[in-house]
Write a protein that binds this ligand. Structure first.
Ligand SMILES: Nc1ncnc2c1ncn2[C@@H]1O[C@H](COP(=O)(O)OP(=O)(O)O)[C@@H](O)[C@H]1O
Ligand SMILES: [Mg+2]
Length: 224
């Protein structure tokens, strides 16, 4: 059974009379532990697609199965539980809270975790150490480089032990060298095949390092 199975999903945004077909009848199967990249022009529907996979957004039609169960018919509470338990997100910018230090930023998902998982200080420190900034646990975002902030965001995405990491242009604003380092870190985290990685990138060379590559165009998807 696929870990994630998307069947004919479409997403139509309506703004007044305007209808935008952001995702257009996409079907896809993703196995546990896959390392998958998505490329495509701006506006091709990449962010919308992974938002639907991650349960941030509901499709207009079609179904998303996670380990065989349909997440599209979950109520809001169950859907956020799915998100908290299964998915780790990384967005285009590190989006750390400036008033919290590195460790506190990593602990943020635990605060919002509705299912009572414990706030685990030690685990936050372990993850920061694992992503190579164990010496920066008390530093504030303004005291960290772009690459270091990105590492904090990775540690934060890992905090709830997600089964899937969805990364939306996670290295877009970094220099090439730092980008390559972050990519190496992703590959290392994927090595045991316990965590599935789906990452969107503009960088074709990085995309080419993924085990499986997809391209989106006008809401449709195809394998490269
Ligand atoms: N919340 C929204 N409301 C209306 N239109 C949107 C919204 N989000 C995205 N769109 C439109 O949907 C299309 C796909 O957007 P998006 O998924 O962000 O693409 P990408 O991530 O590939 O740049 C674009 O035409 C975009 O303008
Ligand atoms: Mg986008």
């Amino acid at each position: 059974m696929a870990q994630i199975e998307i069947n004919g999903i479409s997403k139509i945004y309506t703004i007044g009379d305007l209808r935008i077909n952001a995702v257009d009848n996409v079907s896809l199967k993703i196995g546990k532990g896959e390392f998958l990249s998505i490329v495509g022009h701006s506006g091709s529907g990449k962010t919308t697609l992974i938002s639907i996979i991650g349960g941030i957004m509901r499709p207009t039609s079609g179904t998303v199965l996670y380990e065989g169960s349909d997440i599209s018919c979950l109520d809001d509470e169950r859907l956020s539980e799915y998100r908290n338990r299964k998915i780790g997100f990384m967005f285009q910018f590190a989006s750390l809270l400036p008033i919290l230090n590195a460790k506190e930023n990593v602990l943020l998902p635990c605060i919002f975790n509705a299912n009572g998982r414990l706030y685990n200080d030690k685990k936050a420190e372990e993850y920061l150490d694992m992503v190579g900034i164990g010496d920066k646990i008390n530093a504030y975002p303004s005291q960290l480089s772009g690459g270091q902030q990105r590492r904090v965001a990775i540690a934060r995405a890992l905090m709830n032990n997600p089964e899937v990491i969805l990364a939306d242009e996670p290295t877009g604003d970094l220099d090439e060298e730092t980008e390559a380092e972050i990519m190496e870190l992703f590959k290392r985290l994927n090595r045991g095949k316990k965590v599935t990685f789906i990452f969107i990138t503009h960088n074709l060379e990085l995309a080419g390092q993924a085990q499986r590559q997809l391209r989106m165009s006008h809401g449709a998807i195809k394998e490269i």
